[in-house]
Design a protein around this ligand. Sequence first.
Ligand code: SF4
Length: 500
Amino acid sequence: MARAQAKRLMRNQPPVSRPRGVPDEADDHPREECGIFAVYGHPQAANLIYLGLYALQHRGQEGAGIVCSDEGVLTAHRGLGLVHDVFKPHKLARVRGTHGIGHVRYSTFGSNNLRNVQPLVVDYARGAMAVAHNGNLVNAQFLRDGLEDIGAIFQSTTDSEVLIHLISRSSEETFTETVVDALHRVQGAYSVLVMNGEEIVAARDPFGFRPLWLGRLQETWVVASETCALDIIDAEWLREIEPGEVVTIGRDGIRSQKPFAAVTPRQCIFEFIYVARPDSYIFGMSVDTVRKNLGRQLARVAPVEADLVMAVPDSSNPAALGYAHESGIPFDMGFIRNHYVGRTFIEPDQGIRDFGVKIKLNPSRETVAGKRIVLIDDSIVRGTTARKIINLLRRCDAREIHFRVASPKIINSCYYGIDTPNRTKLIAHNMSVEEIREFLGVDSLAYLPIEALLEATGCDKDHFCLACFNNEYPTPTPDDFESHAPVPRHVDHSTELLGL
Ligand code: SF4
């Protein structure tokens, strides 16, 4: 059978079901993506990375991993689940070394099995290397097809493994040069950490889609997706790694270079709306401040007479507070959230799924009964969960519900690391605002216009990617490369059982 025909057949296989980590159906937001963390020059690097990943858990809950270098020998531990499940003390103790990288994963690309959990680690001609990547590469499948055609073997279905192949094939001299050589060939979003036995290279793509920070803990260098992960180990915030910057951390300190052609940055505005933790600073701004500003803007563009403002907790709390401050309408905790649920590892049976919202959120009847409510959510993806939440309020005798969304209509999919469904499944792609209002069963509905969103950040359009709202993708999309999502071609249960 011709190789091309075989590939086509393999791609037509149905996707393999997720072994664990069924998507949390109580949540109707775009899924978080990944978080990365690195430490250089500390005798307990793995423990610091563990804490850093703990602080970045909101960026990915399906898998976690740490790789450390002990005098040039890389030791890894990776697993499926939350950080504290993956790293029991005896397992963490096995990951020794003075520098290392870590990763928390939500599977925006590639299925959720252990082979896809990062950091990916390989032995190659120059020793060993590990990669931890946040973002999606839009030409990954195109590159992978080319590599497979010349005999390359892939162990995972993640786009990040392409980087490993490109680095290992580079004929450049130094480790950093091989990484830069590989990065010249990929397109899309990456905040990435690449390490070998001696050095860590931290790089951010020229558009700067995903955040990346450089920090310092006495003599130790630290790199993190967000400042909240620097805070947890008392590391000083030095500066953000700039879009297009490559930083090498080694025995002699750090070296920085900007080896790519300069472009106008397109940082992901969704980091402010939903992804990043409110106590973090990213892209030069406080996430909490921007979120409150989103609520203020919403109150200006979509005012309404009401008795109370409430949020769909927790991510919408700052925007709801901002709306309340601006409008003068009191804020109240109309929903009680069960913080002990975590991700619901349940079968995706329809009856159970409906139950999922109630497991997570319950309205406070006393607070909402008979009230005219402004309900704030940060975004709507499919609208199915929003409808269930509104139903809960109706059943508690809310008198009026005015739904206000602290972002514009999501009309397109993201190709840069935020997991939004195909656009045909996006409610705002298919319905007008009035149709959505009817579907949700609310008295009024308003979204935040793009201009007001930008106003909330204090920056103009040229700072941000807004593609999921305005269809202006800063790069070619995967369709432009005639690429296809890879399917796993075998499942290796033995590695999962060993928990390697
Ligand atoms: Fe962020 Fe949307 Fe751009 Fe994706 S498409 S990077 S979610 S702004």
